[in-house]
Write a protein that binds this ligand. Structure first.
Ligand SMILES: Nc1nc2c(ncn2[C@@H]2O[C@H](COP(=O)(O)OP(=O)(O)OP(=O)(O)O)[C@@H](O)[C@H]2O)c(=O)[nH]1
Ligand SMILES: [Mg+2]
Length: 253
């Protein structure tokens, strides 16, 4: 049994990837279940097997405590921590080979509040990994790509579990752009060259320093291009996840 958390910026494709990748894995005869940890989700593109909204929803929290949507989102995400044991009982009863966990829309609520770390550490003692999503539409600008690299390293530094990096929505951008982003992700020199061409002045200097700082940590972010619409790249993603979790070590792909 393994647990894989799907994390990325708002709208980066977490829920679609959870739905499409689980569907693809089922077609490969894998025993996979989906977990929704987003208490604010209204419509999901999949039917979760375990759903935090059975315990807490953002709408309920808004009504009960008179909070606005943002405050209620934070409160609801923190409340999830108190339901971890119940979620775990549900998951263990299903005994899947793999559980894919969709996380709250606003990544910072999950990644940078204490409750998110508590959930990742305490939801089962199964081997765990994380998929960090780069939205191809957002990341094709070199400056945005660097911002995403920085966020991906912050998430790795935060959870410290094996982390795979996925370029989502590849069906929406040109093939050449996909190739460029994949090259930037494994060859920092090419990313630095792209920054030279696209940014000027202090922004260029800062972006360059950010890339170098991430390189110095030794973390690497080779991107796996995927599409939740065409299922492109799911074979690669599955292989990387199997290697990551089997290795039982703490490093990134
Ligand atoms: N064409 C295409 N659209 C995608 C893909 N993945 C996601 N989308 C679209 O991107 C939008 C956001 O996708 P979601 O899966 O809801 O993203 P999310 O990260 O779960 O979003 P929040 O939970 O609201 O932050 C939706 O309109 C999806 O239809 C993809 O691979 N291809
Ligand atoms: Mg979502």
């Amino acid at each position: 049994m393994r647990l894989v958390f799907v994390v990325g910026m708002a709208g980066s494709g977490k829920s679609c990837l959870t739905g499409a990748f689980s569907e693809w894995l089922r077609q490969q005869e894998q025993d996979v279940v989906t977990v929704n940890l987003d208490p604010g989700a209204l419509d999901l593109p999949y039917e979760p097997d375990v759903d935090v909204r059975n315990y807490v929803t953002v709408l309920d929290v808004m009504e009960r405590y008179g909070l606005g949507p943002n405050g209620a989102m934070i409160a609801a995400a923190d409340m999830i921590a108190t339901f971890v044991k119940r979620l775990e009982v549900e998951l263990e009863a299903l005994e899947p080979d793999l559980a894919i966990v969709d996380t709250p829309g606003q990544m910072e609520v999950f990644a940078f509040r204490p409750s998110g770390l508590y959930i990742v550490e305490n939801l089962t003692n199964w081997p765990k990994a994380l998929i960090y999503l780069f939205d191809a539409c957002f990341s094709r600008e070199p400056g945005n790509f660097v911002a995403n690299v920085f966020l991906a390293s912050a998430v790795y530094y935060r959870f410290f579990i094996p982390q795979a990096h996925v370029l989502t929505k590849c069906d929406l951008v040109e093939r050449e752009d996909v190739k460029s982003m994949v090259r930037w992700s494994s060859r920092p020199k090419e990313l630095l060259d792209a920054l030279e061409r696209s940014l000027i002045g202090d922004r260029r200097l800062i972006a360059r320093d950010l890339v170098r700082a991430v390189c110095q940590t030794g973390a690497s972010f080779p991107l796996i291009p995927v599409s939740s619409t065409t299922y492109e790249g799911f074979l690669n993603l599955n292989m990387v996840l199997e290697r990551l979790v089997a290795a039982g070590d703490r490093y990134t792909f």
